[in-house]
Design a protein around this ligand. Structure first.
Ligand code: KG4
Ligand code: ZN
Length: 370
């Protein structure tokens, strides 16, 4: 089965062709046109500028995805597009394009929730870290995976921080979430405070990873908000504010690269401490068979490693899955992968009705996971 995936919820115009065959996904093409340079001078994504850029790029990106995959439109079985959440002017471009193509090509068309896409990024590859290959299971008709249910997903993106329990495919129970900033948002704000640029996550983590913990010249000590509370919620705005105060109090040091790097390192460590502690505590209560990471911050090496170590030490026999880096940040392959599982869950009548979706489905900037 061949799926055209389309993603335009924020600042990446992305399209892919994903093939599901013989129990495996094969990403035939994965094209991402990033707008980072355009938005960097504003310190964040400007929705109307993003929409204009998506409009300019969406057809060339889809064209390139089809050509790279060597696919003609009539060979496609399904179009999957991000329906929400996201910036409405940006979402409308992807949705309208998908509707138009669905109508013209007479193809079924399905709307995907963006975070659901991030979760399903974990299913694109069979490579799962630190899990022995021997127990490959067969699930949901025909895609093989080592990911077993129940799944506990730590979702960490620019707009979301959630712990999600999945007892089966496409069923999501949010057991905890941030009460203020998302973790990616906190990375971006800290980068702004330190004058590092946008997007902050990769910039902060690069400095943090390059600074040896043994250095500790400034003895910075940031808070770990809500780390010990019994619920599974998070709070990141306090850490960000503490960074702001530390930077203000010792402003003279901001020109010292060691000071900036030490803030980045302490910030990243504080964030990982909280995320890892809460995920492990949630796992002890809900007993998942697999823990997965999802969302743009899952590209963070320290988090990938620290969570893996904690699972190995504290949770016997629990599997750990990670998306490959290119599927961690926004992309269309994850949307197509989620589209595949939605398609698999439908009967013939429901599938045939997807051809009429171009008349009914609307972009929704606040779309929730079912
Ligand atoms: O999932 P994503 O691409 O977009 C949303 O759905 O929000 O996530 C973007 C977020 C940004 O806040 C970005 O700074 C963060 O992910 N991010 C990272 C890293 N790479 C991207 N945060 C920490 N470390 C990284 N390596
Ligand atoms: Zn995202």
């Amino acid at each position: 089965m061949l799926i055209l995936g389309i993603e335009t919820s924020c600042d990446e115009t992305a399209a892919c062709v994903l093939e599901a065959k013989d129990g495996h996904f094969s990403v035939r093409s994965n094209i991402v046109s990033s707008q980072i340079k355009l938005h960097a001078r504003w310190g964040g994504v400007v929705p109307n500028l993003a929409a204009r850029e998506h409009l300019k790029n969406i057809l060339p990106v889809i064209d390139q995805a089809l050509k790279t995959a060597n696919i003609e439109p009539d060979e496609l079985d399904l179009i999957a597009v991000t329906q929400g959440p996201g910036l409405i002017p940006a979402l409308l471009v992807g949705m309208t394009t998908a509707k138009t193509l669905s109508y013209l090509w007479q193809k079924p068309f399905i709307g995907i929730q963006h975070i659901e896409g991030h979760i399903y990024a974990n299913f694109i590859s069979d490579k799962i870290s630190s899990i022995p290959k021997k127990q490959i299971s067969n699930f949901q008709k025909n895609v093989k995976t080592e990911i077993e249910f129940p799944i506990l997903a730590l979702v960490v993106s620019g707009g979301h921080t959630q712990l999600v329990l999945m007892k089966k495919h496409l069923h999501y129970e949010i057991i905890g979430e941030t009460v203020d900033d998302a973790v990616g948002e906190a990375f971006d704000k800290v980068a702004r405070i330190l004058g590092l640029g946008y997007p902050g996550g990769p910039l902060v983590s690069r400095l943090a990873d390059g600074y040896g913990p043994e250095k500790n010249r400034f003895s910075l000590n940031l808070p770990r908000p809500m780390m010990k509370t019994k619920d599974f919620n998070f709070s990141f705005s306090g850490i960000k504010t503490a960074v702001l105060y530390a930077a203000r109090k010792q402003e003279a040091y901001l020109s010292d690269p060691d000071f900036v790097a030490e803030i980045c390192q302490e910030f990243q460590t504080a964030v990982c401490d909280v995320l890892v502690a809460k995920t492990i505590r949630a796992a002890k209560k809900f007993n998942p068979r697999t823990i997965i990471l999802a969302g743009g911050v899952s590209a963070n090496q320290a988090l990938r490693q620290r969570l893996g170590e904690a699972i190995a030490q504290e949770l016997k026999g629990v599997r750990y899955a990670l998306p490959e880096i290119e599927y961690s940040v926004d992309n269309a392959a994850m949307i197509a992968a989620a589209g595949y599982f939605r398609w698999e869950s439908l009967n013939e009548t429901e599938r045939s009705q997807l051809k009429n979706n171009w008349q009914e489905l609307e972009a929704d900037p606040n779309l929730k996971m079912d």
